[in-house]
Design a protein around this ligand. Structure first.
Ligand SMILES: CC(C)(COP(=O)(O)OP(=O)(O)OC[C@H]1O[C@@H](n2cnc3c(N)ncnc32)[C@H](O)[C@@H]1O)[C@@H](O)C(=O)NCCC(=O)NCCS
Ligand SMILES: Nc1ncnc2c1ncn2[C@@H]1O[C@H](COP(=O)(O)OP(=O)(O)OP(=O)(O)O)[C@@H](O)[C@H]1O
Length: 284
């Protein structure tokens, strides 16, 4: 299933206001991200990348488990819920994910980012909001995302303190700039370069995100050296023509293998790719 086909089958803008459809499409965006290869270090339908504890089957199970929570977040958004309520649903979704996967962190970052976008899509249906969903997140919940963040010692908060990075929260509070300024233009560029090949466009966008994002997963696993290695590889891929070259898939595969060798995985970039795919359709 490809994105343009889905967009063509969408009969009316009314769907974009329906929490059930919003939640369903959030899960579809996760599946599309999964079915993209080669994404450096990440899990796909082809292999497990740099992850010993996950595979495509587990990520599909996780994505399906999350669908009712994305629906609940869209419904909460439609009722103009505050950040405390969204966080409560998000925490329940994280618990359901861990119960379904035997404790594996398959989609924690994705629950947060896609969950906020689903809530914004629900809210947009009740007000006359014409601007991007990311901007609605920033306006409605941005301040509380930063000021009411719970204290904890997650991998993300450890590296955020060490490297002075904002991670997923700063990205969301700023209106998801990596989705709108990096991934969306790169998807368009990838389609142009690869003559409409959707998977190639997703790989192109993933590489562009790796260059631009301070991904806390890369930092946690590889430190600054790992982050810089990842950025240099992705930057070189794009500078060489990205998915516009006939042999792009071999080069992307070599980069994927280099990440796996170093145990590097840009999980935040995978989340942002799924968010970009979600907003492309929801903002049509
Ligand atoms: C904010 C979250 C992601 C906690 O995160 P943490 O402190 O670990 O932060 P961090 O940003 O580093 O990483 C978490 C995950 O986000 C992704 N990520 C990493 N870096 C980035 C980045 N620069 N930009 C976006 N996403 C990123 C990765 O998948 C990573 O595993 C979230 O789990 C949380 O607070 N959950 C509580 C529920 C909630 O508030 N939900 C909101 C409504 S759904
Ligand atoms: N296709 C994918 N492959 C791997 N990670 C993904 C993928 N899609 C999204 N992610 C994100 O990556 C994060 C998982 O990364 P990772 O396993 O490195 O985190 P961790 O559990 O904190 O660390 P570790 O596995 O090193 O203990 C999830 O929060 C998830 O949202």
């Amino acid at each position: 299933m490809t994105l343009p086909l889905l967009a063509e089958r969408r009969p009316a803008a009314a769907r974009h206001c329906d929490p059930v459809w919003i939640g369903w499409y959030a899960t579809q965006a996760l599946i599309l991200e999964l079915e993209t290869w080669p994404k450096p270090g990440l899990v796909s339908h082809i292999d497990n990348g740099a992850h010993a504890d996950m595979d495509a089957e587990l990520l599909r199970l996780s994505a399906r488990t999350l669908e009712p929570y994305f629906i609940a977040l869209a419904e909460a958004g439609a009722m103009d819920a505050d950040m405390d309520r969204l966080r409560q649903i998000g925490v329940e979704a994280e618990k359901a994910m861990r119960d379904a996967t035997g404790g594996v962190n398959t989609h924690r970052g994705a629950i947060f980012g896609l969950g906020l976008l689903a809530a914004a899509a629900g809210l947009r249906a009740t007000c006359d909001w014409q601007a991007p969903l990311g901007a609605l997140i920033a306006v409605r919940w941005g301040q509380d995302i930063i000021t009411k963040a719970p204290e904890h010692d997650s991998h993300g908060s450890v590296v955020a303190r060490r490297y002075h990075l904002g991670g997923a929260r700063a990205e969301a509070a700023a209106g998801m700039p990596s989705v709108y300024d990096i991934a969306r233009p790169a998807l368009v560029e990838g389609r142009r370069l690869a003559a409409g090949d959707e998977e190639a466009a997703r790989v192109h966008a993933c590489m562009a995100l790796i260059v631009a994002v301070g991904d806390s997963n890369l930092l946690y696993r590889g430190g600054l050296e790992g982050l810089n290695f990842a950025r240099d590889k992705a930057r070189a891929f794009l500078a060489d023509g990205g998915v516009g070259r006939a042999n792009w898939r071999w080069d992307a595969k070599a980069i994927h293998e280099a990440f796996v060798m170093r145990h590097l995985s840009p999980g935040g970039c995978a989340d942002l790719l799924a968010m970009a795919l979600f907003t492309e359709v929801l903002e049509l």
